[in-house]
Design a protein around this ligand. Structure first.
Ligand SMILES: [Zn+2]
Length: 270
């Protein structure tokens, strides 16, 4: 792995690739830039993942600076309701983890907040790799939501592996066995979480992420590798069910049936 990865620019070089809060140090900026460049090169070189539109990475440590920058970037798009939702999400995260730490991709920008993300290399890779893959998946919102999240989760695991980070880690976050244990016994189907409203209506949305990742991994293992996932998102003009069958060589209904059997058999592969 090169020490200094080649810099990357947006398709329109006038659109900045990075916007940093005033409080972000030079050292932090360097780390964010290098990590981002490496991830972009990794996805592009290994899988041909490139974006069709500009994206900007916005990094903040300070909560108030973040809210200000976010509001300014989105102009009229930053409605009071949306900003309230952002505040609520950050507060919920703070309640659970005790930290101000948050990241999202919202169509134009990848936003992240918190020194916990920037200082911890693993967290930084995890966030950038996940949200950048979402940027690749834009802007067709009609595709199954479980697959949008599941394939992004799978993609971030590939990036972590590339960086030499262990996938089973102390928390077992990417451990396939830990994920299987998490959803074993749940009769939640992938089909029922195709719509993002249904996905986020789950009592525990983590079940959706985990099942989605297992679904994506099943497709990788049996129907064409990660390349097929990249292929599925490459053309976003037509009917997603047709694109699914073209990319994986199996219809979505047949896949749901097969995955349902795999799930009810306790995720035993053969
Ligand atoms: Zn996501």
């Amino acid at each position: 792995m090169p020490e200094q990865p080649e810099p990357v620019t947006n398709i329109d070089p006038d659109v900045p690739l990075f916007i940093f809060g005033d409080e972000v140090t030079e050292e932090q900026k360097e780390k964010i830039r290098n990590t981002t460049y490496r991830i972009i090169h990794f996805y592009a070189d290994e899988y041909g993942v490139t974006l069709r539109k500009n994206v900007t990475f916005h990094a903040y440590v300070d909560y108030e600076n973040f809210l200000e920058g976010y509001t300014e970037f989105h102009g009229e798009g930053a409605t009071p309701e949306f900003l309230q939702w952002v505040r609520d999400s950050i507060e919920e995260e703070r309640r659970i983890t005790g930290r101000v730490s948050w990241g999202t991709f919202d169509g134009d920008g990848i936003f992240f907040l918190g020194s916990h993300i920037i200082e911890n290399t693993r967290n930084l890779i995890h966030l950038i790799a996940h949200e950048y893959f979402h940027a690749y998946q834009t802007t067709d919102h009609e595709r199954p939501y479980w697959f949008i999240e599941g394939s992004a989760r799978y993609a971030e695991a590939l990036a972590l592996e590339y960086f030499g980070q262990p996938l089973d880690g102390p928390t077992g976050y990417y451990s396939k066995q830990a994920e299987i244990n998490y959803v074993r016994g749940s009769d939640q189907s992938l089909e029922a979480i195709e719509l993002n409203d249904d996905f986020f209506a789950l009592d525990d949305s983590h079940v959706g992420y985990v099942l989605g990742r297992l679904g994506a991994e099943y497709l990788v293992d049996h129907y064409g590798g990660f390349e097929a996932i990249v292929e599925f998102y490459r053309d976003y003009g037509s009917n997603w069910e047709d694109l699914f069958e073209e990319a994986f060589g199996i219809s979505i209904n047949e896949f749901y049936r097969e995955f349902g059997e795999y799930q009810s058999g306790g995720f035993q592969s053969n």
